[in-house]
Write a protein that binds this ligand. Structure first.
Ligand code: CS2
Ligand code: MG
Length: 402
């Protein structure tokens, strides 16, 4: 069996997505997500100029060997661009293998370990009242786990909070827009938000919060401690994680569970965090970390240390990634939770999919493969449009972490 074609498809049905479609000489094809938000074209070039030419003619059944060839063989290993490109190949090949076996992907991974997949959604508001409203609406849709973000009094725009009535989209302008940040104002306000949410909705709902890498370790320790009475499911990305050691300090001070890893792309980015039990959830997901073959290694390693998965699932991860992630979630023994930020109807139309949502939980569907396809004709109607993530500056103008 041979790979005869590998096509990179770029489409922008409301936001940019990059998809790799691998076709075999037996007519079976598989697709993989290759979207790296704000750096899409870098992955397109990496695939088209370097990986695809070396992929044509190979046997698509040899997923592991192909993975090793592109990882070890690149000489320059890891990094978000390379690992996203590799993930797209890997997921497309798993899709092909599962279609050949006439099985939904989760069956190839080892079969399902649960009946349904716990998912969290976002509740964002520009102030406390609108945040409480957003939590109410999410509860009405059946969600049992909700990530709460709220505008901070005195800060013009805060992470996770949408502009106007539109749903939140992080890549919000052609070139990076600038947002303001004040750690003091944020730290003083956030515990009040969670106090109000618990007061209004009680204890019977999981609450999550994303700090988006904005604190120092001692500040994160303070926030974790002050949020303890509200029993969060997790506090996410409290500090930038280039320095894995810094989590030791946070961990010493708080029992609030910690989640990290959406920007990681390899097991080496989280090895110390996991083996020293400095985190509770690893968020590194399939599209940005070398695909199913590599994320499976991360999850297995994490299981030895009681660390569970909590895959990133923002809108910039395409339905193709969501489909593959849900098959993985169905199987992985140390599953924690899956993020879900709904795609628009237009996006869902370009990527018809078998996965289904019901009252706060997903199931991946029984279609052979990962169950997500791409409507190429429709995709061609939406040309690429550059869109960048914002940057953050402190009130005195210092560039900060976004
Ligand atoms: C976020 C993302 O979903 C999350 O937890 O941190 O919205 C993130 O900002 C985007 O995926 C960036 O591409
Ligand atoms: Mg996040």
């Amino acid at each position: 069996m041979k790979i005869v074609d590998a096509k990179v498809i770029v489409t922008c049905p409301g936001r940019n997505f990059v998809t790799l479609k691998i076709t075999t000489d037996q007519g079976i094809y598989g697709i993989g997500d290759a979207t790296l938000n704000g750096r899409e074209k870098a992955v397109v070039s990496y695939l088209e100029d370097y990986l695809v030419p070396a992929l044509i003619g190979r046997d698509p059944q040899q997923i592991e060997d192909i993975w090793q060839f592109f990882y070890r063989g690149a000489y320059w290993r890891r990094g978000p661009v390379g690992m996203t490109a590799l993930a797209a190949i890997d997921v497309a090949l798993w899709d092909i293998k599962a279609k050949m076996a006439n099985m939904p992907l989760y069956q190839l991974l080892g079969g399902k370990s649960r009946e349904r997949i716990l998912t969290y959604t976002h509740a964002n508001g520009k102030d406390l009242d609108s945040t409480l409203d957003a939590v109410r609406k999410a509860k009405e849709k059946g969600y049992q786990a909700i990530r709460v973000q709220c505008g901070i009094p005195g800060i013009e725009k805060t992470y996770g909070v949408a502009k106007g009535e539109k749903s939140y989209e992080p890549a919000d302008s052609d070139l990076p827009s600038t947002e303001m940040w004040s750690t003091e104002k944020y730290l003083n306000f956030i515990p009040e938000v969670f106090a109000a949410v618990r007061k209004e909705f009680g204890r019977d709902i999981h609450l999550l919060h994303d700090v988006h890498h904005r604190l120092t370790p001692i500040e994160a320790a303070r926030l974790g401690k002050e949020l303890e009475p509200f029993h969060l499911f997790w506090m996410e990305d409290a500090v930038p994680a280039e320095n894995q050691e810094s989590f030791k300090l946070i961990r010493q001070h708080t029992t609030t569970p910690l989640a990290v890893g959406e920007v990681f792309n390899s097991i080496h980015d989280c090895r110390e965090l996991i083996q020293n039990q400095l985190i509770d959830y690893i968020r590194t997901t399939i599209v940005h970390a070398g695909g199913i073959s590599h994320v499976r290694r991360i999850a297995d390693f994490a299981s030895l240390f009681n660390v569970r998965t909590g895959f990133h699932g923002a809108t910039d991860l395409s339905p193709v990634c969501m489909g593959a992630a849900l098959h993985f979630d169905y199987w992985v023994p140390n599953f924690g939770i899956q993020e879900h930020m709904a795609h628009s109807a237009q996006m869902d139309e370009v990527f018809p999919h078998a996965y289904q949502f019901e009252r706060g939980f997903f199931t991946p569907g029984e279609t052979p493969g990962h169950g997500v396809d791409i409507d190429e004709k429709l995709a061609a109607k939406y040309p690429y449009k550059r869109a960048s993530l914002p940057v953050n500056r402190l009130e005195d103008g210092t560039l900060w972490h976004w």
